[in-house]
Design a protein around this ligand. Structure first.
Ligand code: AMP
Ligand code: MG
Length: 314
């Protein structure tokens, strides 16, 4: 998954639990890798229109991702790989594809041409999956599930931008999760107090390249344009009980931009796997958070804050 993992757990079985959780995450990373030719996703991506049998995990991840893709009106699109590859984001060989190339690739990213029948997937010829937007969240959920099976009641897991907490800190207090300042990624912009929550961030500072003309291109693509999303946000953090949902939404809400993201939060909660809160940092350096997280938010530097209420203020 091209990132670091850190898991901390407290309790009698902690050592064995950590080992089992780590093993599960590494196995998933191998299955879901888009660049490792041995992975399940790579097998799907070279099937040329033929059906491919998936493991239970990959099928579950894909099913959830397709659901979230539909719910977000295509802002999340797990079939985006032909485009992420053309931009070089998965390989590091960055390039700006021509408009003609983007126009030619976009039809190959239509999720309507993915058929998932039980655990067998068929993509139209030329289509390819990229599970990068949801894999860490899913793997985090699996790790937490395993820790629970080992009777761990206090743990924290970090997988790149994804933090998952289980219970409270060993002393019974909340976990405090820092949120990166997109304008100074080695610093924290704010932090939240949580327990039993995933805190997942997508940001334009995480992976990007700067073209010869100075334009910065980030790794999250807007499926509607085939180009890096530039909809006024620098980062989106989603907080909820399920890592997969938070990971899917952090990417999708980043693509949507502020107004659509706020509307989604107000209107679509009931269609999501669990309720969620969000923290947005705009490209012009403003902080917004939803009302359910405002009370446990601590801001670290001077930045204007707007609290988004459930009912629109008139
Ligand atoms: P995240 O860090 O969770 O926001 O995921 C970003 C990664 O997901 C990128 O590095 C791409 O591999 C992939 N990706 C980029 N844009 C999209 C999109 N609109 N929908 C789904 N996956 C995407
Ligand atoms: Mg994501």
């Amino acid at each position: 998954m091209d990132t670091y993992m850190e898991i901390r757990a407290a309790g009698d079985n902690a050592q064995a639990a950590l080992y089992a959780a780590q093993t599960a995450v590494c196995t998933l990373a191998e299955q879901l890798s888009v660049t490792d030719p041995q992975s399940e996703i790579a097998a799907v991506n070279r099937a040329n229109g033929k059906p491919t049998a998936l493991s239970e995990d990959t099928a579950a991840l894909l099913r959830a991702g397709l659901h979230m893709g539909a719910l977000t009106d295509g802002a999340l699109n797990l079939a985006i790989y032909p485009l992420t590859r053309a931009w070089g984001f998965t390989t590091g060989s960055y390039a700006i594809p021509s408009n003609e190339m983007i126009a030619a690739l976009r039809p190959l990213t239509d999720p309507a041409n993915i058929t998932l029948d039980g655990s067998t997937v068929t993509l139209a010829d030329g289509m390819m999956l990229d599970t990068g937007a949801v894999a860490k969240g899913y793997a985090g959920d699996r790790a937490i599930e395993i820790l629970r099976k080992y009777d761990i009641s206090s743990a924290i897991l970090s997988l790149g931008g994804n933090i998952l907490t289980l219970g409270t800190k060993p002393d019974g207090s909340d976990w405090v999760v820092g949120i990166t300042d997109p304008f100074a990624p080695d610093r924290e912009l704010c932090s939240v107090h949580v327990r039993d929550r995933a805190v997942v961030t997508s940001g334009d500072y995480e992976r990007y390249f700067i073209a010869d003309d100075g334009t910065r291109y980030c790794h999250i693509l807007d499926p509607a344009t085939g180009a890096p999303a530039q909809n006024g946000l620098s980062s989106v953090t989603v907080i909820g009980a399920q890592g997969l949902l938070c990971d899917a939404l952090s990417t999708a809400l980043f693509v949507m931009g502020k107004d659509r993201a706020v509307r989604f939060w107000r209107e679509k909660q009931s269609e999501c796997a669990c309720p969620f809160e969000m923290i947005l940092v705009t490209s012009d350096d403003k902080l917004l958070c939803t009302e359910g997280i405002a009370e446990v938010l601590t801001i670290t530097r001077d930045i204007p804050l707007e609290v988004i209420r459930r009912a629109e203020e008139r």
